[in-house]
Design a protein around this ligand. Sequence first.
Ligand code: ADP
Length: 287
Amino acid sequence: MSIKIENLTHVYMKRSPFEKKALDDVSLTINDGEFVALIGHTGSGKSTLIQHINGLLKPESGRIVVDDVDITAKDVKLNAIRKKVGLVFQYSEYQLFEETIEKDIAFGPKNLGLGEVEVQERVKRAMNLVGLDYETYKSKSPFDLSGGQKRRVAIAGVVAMEPKILILDEPTAGLDPKGRDDILRQIKTLHKAYNMTIILVSHSMEDVAKVADRILVMHKGKCILDGMPSKIFKEIDTLESVGLAVPQVTYLMKSLKNKGFDISDEAFTVEQAKDEIIKFLRSKSND
Ligand code: ADP
């Protein structure tokens, strides 16, 4: 179940004074089960790219092959693609509309034509995976929840459709640090529990460093860097030249190293930095 993107170009408002090339000859492959982060400045083309992966947008040129099906072909059945590719939009909680949490999450699976028992099972599983107890929350109104909880209900609604590929557009935007960490942890759990392919759109290197196995950096409609976090975070100059940065803790470790501390600067999360610093302090106390 790979995603093959071949020479993808997208132009908005073609032949108008507002014509904008949002994607420019993008080619890449995302393999089954990968956890990929798509990062880039506002306007770099991230949302345009992900909307092509579930067929919401059609390319100007190029093609996308999901699971051996060319989803850019004229006669493609988009319903089948949308069963496989779940998309959680930015500020997805604004799309909640049912009177109870259970009904809201059940909406997608019901539309897949599943029976009542299967729908209920899926709702329970999805709620469990996003950390909402079924019995406690099923009959509550989604509008009585906190911002972070509402977003989790919205994510559960897509998860309950059990897509093989889950795309999340800025799922932590606007949440407080605890809400962000909770959502990221749950996305990581989803990745493991369902062996889903995850594409996480973000502009936070801190978030991406915590969860992704691979990072794609977008700039002006092109994918300019592609690799493991350890490779991408070495490209400080390139990242800074496109308005991005490595995680703050990586800057700290680099400046400690530059000041002569015998310490690894390959730490991208606070946890990794803590381990490195403890290792360094232990080695000093043994000297
Ligand atoms: P990102 O998700 O990285 O912020 P987008 O894919 O939303 O980037 O946008 C890429 C470029 O396309 C930007 O210059 C943006 O202004 C333009 N764009 C996005 N959506 C539209 C649209 N519906 N109509 C016209 N231009 C758009």
